[in-house]
Design a protein around this ligand. Structure first.
Ligand code: ADP
Ligand code: MG
Length: 672
């Protein structure tokens, strides 16, 4: 193993210069190099007879360069073309925007190329892959093509990988024994690494890919397990019989849905048992997760423990504080709120009381996981909208107690296997039903030429007594620019179409008390139109808001649009969602169409996975799943399940070095 972690610098053909280039591509060890898999392979043995080319088809050929020419299209695109003699026929091969081809493709050189046949008379091909054949030893066959950087040619890659495979493959650790490989139908790691780089047939490659995807998912699971609680440990036991829980439950202004009752029973059973609870509570937006969490926290409190609730944004923490205050009214349970903008004096009071165990429920943002925060006896940690937090942040909250139970709430429905893969071992409870009387939100996509019409509709709804959110477009990653867009939109609306009513502005940069004031004014109906950045995306709950207008909806992901839409439709009146958009890609059109046709978060999440792939699927990115090099969770879910089974039989401690080499960090970022 140690040999594999050696720096690539000491390989033949890699000096300081090349090792710097490699480091830029995150390749520093032999191990990294072995895991730098080819982007694709080209099969030089499959060649089209040049006289049988068909317009529109893909074709590959080998030929000799006769002449070359550089020019520019009228739009300024660089064009490089070469006349190539292949099997007695002259073919024009064309490269776009690759001016350096002039230096590479000199006349007389032998070249393999493939691409799309543009015309047959005369033969012309637009090149997508090519390769200069150096000498006669470049025999036809399957060769790897690597993602590269300037200064490292394909030839260099191939010779590096060939060298490394020859020298290091024997010592590469095989973590699966014969019987495991048989059981999961996998080839050896040696075969896999050799064939992923240099397969001799397509079937070799597929076998190799399967083994490596499995290995990758397995290592990911082991890494996750080393970061999270062992499920064999015994945890706290919460009281079974509980008058306070019953009293609060009876005092709710509504009847719990059957789905809520079911998940409460599951959570309670888990809390009463000595097994540590590590449970994901999943429910579509508006399904009523807060009250479920509240009852679980009350159960912990009346069993003599403290509970903590951590939310990803300040607005959400504030709102949870309010919702809990309502639910707990008259119960004697004490509650405090701790966020980044809690004043220093108040903070130190809260920390002191909390340390003494005099605060029963502490609600807050990631301010909860800061160093100074200590509990007397934390018994239940609730994490809302968990996809915004990383494994480490979650672990930091749990470390404030002695193996407290955990409840993770999420509105992003993800398939079970994906959840298990992303979060590690946990159990799931699903609220698969909305409170009665909710009407599906009517959703309409409108192009920008209908913008005025869209806002007129919003105005009518306001005249009819409803309230509206207007969500600003995401401009770019920078918070400042997003903020400016919100300010501008607010100014525009307030001085034109909504000049006769109160328009509020809400964004992440406001002070906590300012946010609270604006939310309250919106809640009591003083503000009619709330212009906002995506800070309202998670969890905000105001029943009279009946219209959600999203500017430049094409810039948002599907899950995010669904979350935003979930802010309306929280009463028994009809609500509307207007997606103002200028979609430029098929992907964004598909997303908008999906929004128009479905209100079902589970369906939409699946669509999102299909349209964008898991790399972009939020909740996955933050969990390090985008570090996967070869496993693809849209295709490999079954394999992921098998890898998870297999991970249970393996002792991670014995191979930590290896796991860390592959997955240095699995961490997320909380946003605010
Ligand atoms: P989410 O699951 O999105 O977090 P919330 O917990 O914010 O949903 O609940 C949405 C709204 O539905 C809240 O106003 C809450 O009071 C209300 N609610 C929750 N459960 C019920 C129920 N069983 N019947 C009626 N309203 C409910
Ligand atoms: Mg919520």
């Amino acid at each position: 193993m140690d040999r594999l972690l050696q720096n690539v610098q000491y390989l033949k053909g890699v000096g300081p210069q090349r090792s710097r280039l490699l480091a830029k591509m995150s390749i520093s060890s032999i191990f990294d190099l072995l895991w730098h898999f080819p982007r694709t392979h080209i099969d030089r043995s499959i060649l089209q007879p040049t006289h049988q080319l068909v317009t529109g088809d893909q074709a590959a050929m080998i030929g000799t360069v006769l002449t070359t020419r550089s020019s520019r299209s009228r739009r300024g695109m660089g064009i490089f073309s070469a006349a190539i003699e292949s099997q007695g026929i002259t073919v024009q091969a064309v490269w776009f925007n690759q001016p350096f081809m002039v230096d590479i493709l000199k006349s007389g050189r032998k070249v393999w190329l493939s691409g799309k046949v543009k015309s047959v008379l005369p033969p012309e091909i637009y090149v997508s892959e090519y390769e200069i054949l150096e000498s006669e030893d470049a025999v036809p066959g399957i060769v790897p093509v690597y993602t590269t950087t300037e200064g490292i040619s394909q030839k260099v890659w191939r010779s590096l990988l060939a060298q490394v495979l020859e020298k290091y493959l024997d010592g590469y650790p095989e973590i699966l024994d014969q019987s495991q490989r048989q059981h999961y139908e996998l080839c050896t790691i040696q075969e896999a690494l050799a064939n992923i780089h240099f397969p001799t047939a397509g079937s070799d490659y597929r076998q190799a890919r399967r083994r490596l995807a499995f290995e990758e998912l397995l290592l990911f699971q082991l890494r996750l397990r080393s970061l999270t609680t062992e499920d064999t440990l015994t945890g706290l036991v919460h009281q079974e019989k509980n008058d306070l829980v019953q009293k609060i439950r009876d005092g709710l202004p509504y009847q719990l849905t059957l789905a809520q009752q079911k998940v409460i029973a599951e959570i309670f059973a888990n809390m009463e048992s000595p097994r540590i609870m590590n449970r994901l509570l999943q429910g579509d937006v508006g399904a009523g997760k807060t009250v479920v969490a509240a009852l679980a926290m009350v159960k912990a409190v009346s069993s003599g423990y403290q509970a903590a609730l951590m939310a990803p944004t300040e607005i959400l923490a504030l709102q949870h504080g309010q919702a809990l205050t309502d639910i707990l009214y008259g119960s004697g349970v004490s509650l405090a709120l701790l966020t980044g903008s809690t004043s220093a004096g108040e903070r130190s009071d809260i920390l002191e009381l909390n340390h003494r165990g005099e605060i029963d429920i502490l609600v807050g943002t990631h301010a909860l996981i800061q160093d100074g925060v200590t509990f007397k006896k934390l018994g239940l940690a609730v994490i809302d909208e968990q996809h915004r937090f990383g494994v480490r942040q979650r672990a930091a909250l749990l470390a404030k107690g002695d193996h407290p139970d955990t409840l993770i709430m999420t509105a992003t429905p993800i398939p079970r296997t994906l959840a298990l893969t992303a979060y590690g071992n946990l159990e799931m409870s699903v609220i698969d039903q909305l409170p009665p009387g909710r009407l599906p939100v009517k959703t309409k996509f409108l192009p920008y030429k209908a913008r005025l019409q869209a806002y007129n509709f919003v105005k009518q709804e306001i005249i009819a007594g409803r309230q509206a959110y207007v969500v600003c477009p995401l401009v770019e990653e920078s918070e400042n620019v997003d903020l400016q867009a919100a300010v501008n939109l607010h100014d525009e609306l307030r001085s034109s179409i909504f000049k006769d009513c109160q328009v509020g502005l809400l964004h992440g940069r406001l002070r906590s008390d300012e946010k609270e004031e604006i939310m309250n004014r919106f809640k009591i109906g003083d503000i009619k139109v709330l212009v906002t950045t995506t800070v309202v995306e998670v969890g905000v709950d105001i029943a009279n808001a009946g219209v959600m207008l999203i500017e430049h909806a094409e810039r948002f992901g599907l899950s995010q649009l669904h979350q935003l839409r979930g802010r309306v439709g929280r009463s028994d009146l009809q609500s509307y969602c207007i997606l103002l958009a200028a979609p430029h890609t098929d992907e964004s059109r598909q997303r908008l169409r999906a929004m128009e046709t479905s209100n079902d978060g589970f369906y939409l999440a699946q669509q999102d996975l299909i349209i964008r792939g898991p790399g972009d699927f939020w909740g996955v990115r933050q969990h390090g799943l985008d570090q996967l090099k070869i496993a693809d969770l849209t295709k490999d879910l079954q394999l992921a399940e098998k890898a998870r089974q297999c991970a249970r039989e393996i002792e991670p401690l014995s191979m930590n070095k290896y796991i860390n080499a592959r997955f240095p960090v699995i961490e997320g970022t909380a946003m605010n």
